[in-house]
Write a protein that binds this ligand. Structure first.
Ligand SMILES: Cc1cc2nc3c(=O)[nH]c(=O)nc-3n(C[C@H](O)[C@H](O)[C@H](O)COP(=O)(O)O)c2cc1C
Length: 214
């Protein structure tokens, strides 16, 4: 018990003095790791240059998105990649993010099939049944973050804008992009080359970490 307490105290002290995520320095003390650096450098970017995104970059970001973990490995996602700004007024009806979308080289609508069709669990040879997918929101969150991190690592900027659960935002996306009944727009990610020098925010709060008990 006493040993645990000493260990916890040492760990908390290390975390407190660590420079990880501080304003001046997003490097984690003692850890030189490209993946962690990318995570710490990611920030929302809302203004972009006119430069187009290379097709292979878009594919790499979508591959990263589809590499995310999902409940029961269901992978509920579909993606609609938009670059034709002439359709934005219809697709993003009354959406207050329109200025961001219009500035971006592409807007990717992340869509989720909210149902899953599989043979019954207790009878793998039985006829497939359709049921709600209980984890689609979690799955889509993981997938969206992977996309944002891939964008950051490729020198692009991106911002996640919510669609679901706001029907006033997702209804026009669903309608204008002709999505099937069971599919919902989860979010719209604007992506492109950053116009400004946005910096990551300092969110490091060691006091939010609890060891062994609250
Ligand atoms: C679920 C979700 C919805 C968001 N919706 C919007 C949005 O509609 N418009 C927008 O400009 N940013 C949106 N953001 C971005 C947040 O404002 C941003 O992540 C937050 O301010 C933290 O800043 P950072 O991304 O630079 O770390 C959203 C982020 C998340 C995770």
């Amino acid at each position: 018990m006493k040993k645990n307490l000493i260990l916890s105290t040492v760990l908390v002290s290390v975390l407190m003095v660590s420079s990880c995520g501080s304003k001046e320095e997003t490097k984690c003390a003692g850890v030189d790791n490209e993946t962690i650096q990318t995570i710490m450098q990611r920030k929302s970017v809302r203004a972009f240059t006119d430069q187009a995104i290379p097709a292979e970059y878009m594919e790499a970001m979508l591959k990263a998105a589809m590499a995310a973990p999902t409940g029961s490995n269901i992978q509920p996602w579909h993606f609609v990649v938009l670059t034709d700004k002439s359709q934005y007024e219809r697709v993003f009806e009354n959406n207050f993010n329109m200025r961001i979308f219009n500035s971006a080289a592409a807007v990717v609508v992340f869509c989720a099939d909210t149902t899953v069709t599989r043979p019954p669990r207790n009878n793998p040879d039985g006829a497939p049944v359709t049921r709600p997918n209980g984890t689609w929101r979690d799955d889509m969150g993981a997938c969206t973050e992977n996309f944002l991190l891939a964008a950051e690592s490729l020198g692009l900027g991106a911002v996640w804008t919510a669609a679901y659960p706001y029907s006033e935002r997702y209804a026009s996306m669903k309608r204008e992009l002709d999505m099937p009944d069971s599919v919902l727009p989860y979010c719209a990610v604007a992506v492109g080359y950053p116009a400004n020098d946005e910096q990551p925010k300092d969110k490091w709060k060691p006091e939010r970490i609890h060891f062994d008990q609250w």
